[in-house]
Design a protein. Sequence first.
Length: 517
Amino acid sequence: MMGQTFPDSVDLVVVGGGINGVGIAADAAGRGLSVVLAEAGDLGAATSSASSKLVHGGLRYLEHWAFRLVREALAEREVLMAKAPHIIWPMRFVLPHVDGMRSKPILRAGLFIYDHLATRQNLPSSRSVTLATDPVGKVLQSRLTSGFAYWDCWVDDARLVVLNAMAARAAGATILPRSPVTAIHPDSDRWLVTVEPKIGEPKQISARAIVNAAGPWVSQVAALTLGGRNTPPPQVRLIKGSHIVIPRIRGADDALILQHGDGRIVFVLPFEHEFTLIGTTDVAHHGDPRDVAVSAAEVDYLLDAVNAFLNQPIGRSDIVWQFAGVRPLDDDGSDQASAVSRDYRLDLDASGGTSGGGAPVLHVIGGKITTYRKLAEHAVDLLQPTFPALGPSQTRLAILPGGDFGGGGNPAVAFETWFADFCRRHSGFEPAALFRLARRYGTRAEIIIGDAASPADLGRDFGAGLTAREVGYLARHEWATTADDVLWRRTKTGLHLKPDARCAVAMAIDGVLTAVR
């Protein structure tokens, strides 16, 4: 594992290693600022790895008149596909029409707006579907005869976080996972930030500015900055979203977007080749964001939602995994959790206060994975008065690590062309094994394969194709230090292992990680 370095003085300290934090670190470093990012746990271990795994415009947000958010998200959908086509790819969504719920004219109008709010380059437009003849109709009840199809994108959310952290590091940023910020003090026109790494002594870093991107903990981090300042810390509304995973519903190879009787929608998504992901809920969360779990009531809610549509009902015994995350949303006063805005807010405090310092702190509230890059761009723009020489953002056209397939045009086609050549050059491996690596690492899969001529050259197979050489790569290049980092965030291998084998595999992986350290 690469050793941690702690610069004494930098332009910017970013607190929080979720998608917003790493996005801001990458944007700021790319513009020439010296940056340290400090994260209390693993990168993307909280909210950012507990999403529905979608890069999408947010069709349902149109009902709340969030046209600016949807337009920005739709435009970013195209940008992100081009930046990371190995972990972001198109997915067809089918929305069955149900009598007594949203009418066909309303659905058709909403999809027309969705198609035309932003320019589409690589995704088809929406269309009507006849479920009696469409393949996905076989998994639905016969009473459902018609609906609509449209396109959005899938994303490996946890890997998107890591790739942005790698991009930030490549631009010169220092990335410090498992290094919580425990104190922040004003120091004339700077901040003194105390970081306490898991290994080693506490370290103070002097910074000209701070970005608080701590997600559900944004208010707690903000409280650390209030020495001598009169601005109250930002308040967020914590909303829990839960998902369940079951073995792949036979025939459900497209995504389904199902209307619940309460007006919400539930996604049924193909996941990890062998599974189906179902979510999400919107439930107010009170207390420590770390203490989050899927409740029995949420499981019932999701099962009721999908069983109202499927021709073969599912039950609790089908669930093989479940996860929950807390979304820190801007509290707009909405009565219902599902109606709270998914837009973001950036609060800049450059007041200085009674201590005499004028160093700014920027608090990041809300946001969604799809718009993380645009949020980051806006956040760094707000720091321009502190950094007058700051240039324009470079992230729109910057390819994330592993996404450099070349060819231009359609990113999905570029990936397929590169992958065909990848298979030819590594004919000693099964295409399915190479595909797993290509989808995780893109062109960086070459680093893992290296000089290997066959799977045996990659060392021990821990199951589901995860090898010792891949674990070593994750430790050296992607900050993996625990088995959970490897099994559930850098990869989803844990889902493919038998539950009674996971403990032994985790111990063996920890042995490899220790050896690398």
